[in-house]
Design a protein around this ligand. Structure first.
Ligand SMILES: C[S@@+](CC[C@H](N)C(=O)[O-])C[C@H]1O[C@@H](n2cnc3c(N)ncnc32)[C@H](O)[C@@H]1O
Length: 192
């Protein structure tokens, strides 16, 4: 019997996607229709490019999409990739240039694991709050923020932060996300 990991990785390989993470975004997009009507999209933590491939496939031809990663990423047609650290001044300058009225910000980022649970949880919380701060500054009136996060002691505070900024907040665990992982995706729709 194939392992969970093999099944999704094999599907990605057969369908020409660079990562099985594609199916996590696809599941959420099928439910909430994030990509089709967006005109400006920012994708944070995009390498190796599975989400970028899906965005390129589903987006309107005129939609602009910036994809950012600290690691290099092979070109995805229709996606403007920048190899940058999100904590850099260059990234902020890029966002300021791309703004205003960004329709969707999505992040599949997580912190590099140190192995110390509390340290990793805090680092991920910080990354999540950073994505939320970008949403507060740059999202359009009907904008959306999708982030990867984890079901840990910070999730309740994060949901509270989302609820105070967005009219609607949803938590998703896509089938392609391992059940053994605490990974979940948090979606905020329509800033208040
Ligand atoms: C799970 S991977 C993304 C996979 C991607 N969604 C896909 O479908 O191929 C997370 C990415 O976040 C990136 N990342 C983590 N911290 C970052 C930072 N501070 N600045 C830019 N990218 C970062 C990592 O380099 C990694 O490539």
């Amino acid at each position: 019997m194939k392992s969970f990991e093999d099944t999704w990785a094999l599907k990605a390989k057969q369908e020409g996607y660079r990562s099985r993470a594609t199916y996590k975004l696809d599941h959420i997009d099928q439910k909430y229709d994030l990509i089709r009507n967006a005109r400006k999209v920012v994708e944070l933590g995009s390498a190796p490019g599975g989400w970028s491939q899906l965005i390129a496939k589903k987006k309107h031809p005129l939609t602009k999409c910036l994809a950012i990663d600290i690691l290099p990423m092979n070109k995805v047609s229709g996606i403007e990739f920048h190899q940058l650290d999100l904590k850099s001044d260059e990234f902020i300058k890029l966002m300021q240039k791309f703004a205003p009225n960004i329709d969707v910000i999505m992040s599949d980022m997580s912190a590099n694991l140190s192995g110390v649970k509390v340290v990793d949880e805090e680092a991920n919380f910080e990354i999540n709050l950073f994505s939320l701060s970008l949403a507060k500054q740059y999202l359009s009136k009907n904008g959306r923020l999708l982030i990867k996060t984890f079901n840990n002691r910070n999730l309740a505070s994060l949901k509270k932060e989302f609820s105070s900024f967005f009219c609607r907040t949803y938590t998703e665990k896509p089938p392609a996300s391992k059940t053994s992982s605490s990974e979940v995706y948090l979606l905020g729709l329509d800033p208040k």
